[in-house]
Design a protein around this ligand. Sequence first.
Ligand SMILES: Cc1cc2nc3c(=O)[nH]c(=O)nc-3n(C[C@H](O)[C@H](O)[C@H](O)COP(=O)(O)OP(=O)(O)OC[C@H]3O[C@@H](n4cnc5c(N)ncnc54)[C@H](O)[C@@H]3O)c2cc1C
Length: 339
Amino acid sequence: PYLPRALPWLLRYLASGATEARVQRIADALRTLLVDAPALHARLAAEAGVPQLIEQRGLLHAYRSRAEFEGDALAWRVRARTGVRWSEWEADELRRQEPDLDARYTLGIHVGEAGHCRDPGAYVAALAAHARALGAERVAARATGFRIEGGRLRAVRTEAGEIACDTAAICAGARSGALAAAAGSPVPLESERGYHVVLPKAAVGPRTPVMVADGKLIAHWMNGGLRAAGQVEIAGLEAAPDWRRAEILHAHLRSMFPALADAPPEGTEVQRWLGHRPSLPDGLPCIGPAAGSADVVLAFGHGHVGLCGSARTGRLAAQAMAGLAPEIALAPFAPQRFA
Ligand SMILES: Cc1cc2nc3c(=O)[nH]c(=O)nc-3n(C[C@H](O)[C@H](O)[C@H](O)COP(=O)(O)OP(=O)(O)OC[C@H]3O[C@@H](n4cnc5c(N)ncnc54)[C@H](O)[C@@H]3O)c2cc1C
């Protein structure tokens, strides 16, 4: 039922990936945002007192054959041109590195530079506590718009009244669209809904976070257990979760690690989640001043890489709010590119 509403976004999405040159331009821009993400996050996590939450074991892409890997050649060409490097693990090496992974996977592509966070909720909570310790004040209220006079921001409007201010950042994830429009920068923001399952009692799993080509999901250990995340569902912000998608992830996870079947029944222990990836149709976030007032900075729309890209985005938003030069070129992320 959501298709008519999503159609304009979907057409722009198709157009953005229509040629390899366009995909390369997107990847090159994303690279500037993400290139040192593990190091930036490790530093932030250390400052916030939770260094153990950021790990860097790389990301393993597992294929069933070299032909399947070659089917992804475009993606790997694009990555290589941005400077991503990897090691190839043939079947024996893959078995040695990942003894629990199903034997149908015979080729591993290991990208060593990738990092991961073992508990995003705990990480954000620690960052928030750290900010408060440094003097930040947290007001929990739903923002509804802005009071802008003569191009200058006077206040953020919220359901609990106005908050007087002279600068603000819009970082409300998939719900940022209405706020951006209120600041004079309407952008085509859509939710790419995704799902995860967590098996808190799993006893086997990967040594390295692993993305499997046949299921397009990522599996890894979180503090809460073994997690599989993936799926893209375009159904807007309000539709109820379709838990069959979580079941697809669960079934695939069990086929990736056959020994999971030997464990006691998971019963109600399987945790499921629906999340919203805030996505612009060209795969790039919006980072930069709003058209209605340069005092309002847009910082959202990171799609599949919003945790990864958050550390640099926070720096860029802070630089824009403080009137400092941005540390990377912001042109590819300009909110006005959709005008
Ligand atoms: C299944 C799945 C797997 C993913 N895997 C990865 C991954 O491996 N790596 C990665 O980097 N990213 C991943 N992502 C994407 C990542 O989760 C998002 O890109 C990221 O959460 C976006 O961050 P955000 O801060 O922009 O938005 P959010 O995390 O959605 O936060 C927005 C915040 O704004 C608040 N808010 C909303 N509206 C208002 C309002 N009007 N007033 C005040 N506050 C408001 C919300 O309550 C929320 O706290 C995944 C997403 C999904 C769904």
